[in-house]
Design a protein around this ligand. Structure first.
Ligand code: ZN
Ligand code: ZN
Length: 252
């Protein structure tokens, strides 16, 4: 049974932070659909790709994995000037909505506590991604620019879908895929309040966690979390989600 502290937090979050008209299905379709449209558009622009240009795919994939790791280990779990909202949305809200004790969502409205809001896609991923793609297209070649943007947006959709899968019920179809089981466990360990600021920062593939030595300790258990580190920050925060525009889905 869901712990009462999590149930109360979820109720307050839904009441104060999520619009009554919010639809998790629309949020998901918008996030993944818009990303895949851009991916498809970019792939259709490719012309006579040279062998060396295909290397853009693994290079961008590793760059995206590093970006995911740095953003999560940095501003999502530490207060940075100008990025406090990111810390609040992730550490103080996502990590209270889902803990290693209770990772499962309880309906489509819970997607507001998992997916990034659509403007993230437009601003951070689309905006900066397009800028880098244009620079690469100008400095190297159009094919490299298009491949970069296609992989970046594809990775973003992958991130959102995997993160959603980890918070689906454990016995759901997707949660039972062997690889997905392992990745889900990796993320579950990150949701332990004792470990969340120390390990398992990759949400998709734990490549940077392996490189930087931040895989979960072997003895990591799924016991009840104690408040220390960011856990203490969580305890110090008010019981209810910080109030701001209730119509906006929070970032993760
Ligand atoms: Zn999560
Ligand atoms: Zn986290």
């Amino acid at each position: 049974m869901i712990p009462s502290s999590i149930a109360e937090f979820r109720e307050a979050f839904q009441r104060e932070r999520v619009s009554r008209t919010y639809s998790g299905t629309v949020h998901l379709l918008l996030t993944v659909g818009a990303s895949l449209v851009v991916v498809l558009y970019c792939l259709l622009q490719l012309k006579n790709v040279r062998a060396v240009e295909w290397l853009t795919i693994p290079a961008t994939f590793l760059y995206a994995n590093l970006t995911e790791y740095v953003a999560h280990r940095g501003p999502m779990h530490h207060r940075f000037r100008g990025l406090r909202m990111v810390f609040k949305d992730h550490t103080l809200e996502h990590h209270r909505y889902f803990t290693s004790e209770w990772m499962e969502l309880d309906g489509m409205r819970d997607l507001a506590a998992i997916l990034f809001p659509p403007f993230n896609l437009a601003l951070f991923v689309g905006g900066t991604g397009i800028l880098v793609a244009v620079l690469l297209g100008t400095w190297i070649s159009a094919n490299v620019g298009y491949l970069f943007l296609a992989v970046a947006l594809g990775y973003y959709a992958n991130y959102e879908l995997f993160h959603l899968a980890y918070h689906m019920p454990e016995n759901s179809q997707v949660g039972r895929f062997p690889v997905m089981e392992k990745l889900r466990l990796h993320h579950t360990r990150h949701h332990d309040l004792q470990l969340m600021s120390r390990c398992c920062f990759n949400i998709t593939y734990p490549i940077c966690d392996l490189i930087f030595g931040t895989m979960a300790p072997r003895a990591a258990s799924k016991t009840a979390p104690k408040a220390n580190g960011d856990g203490a920050a969580i305890s110090r925060a008010s019981e209810a989600p910080a109030s701001r525009s209730s119509s906006r889905a929070p970032t993760k």
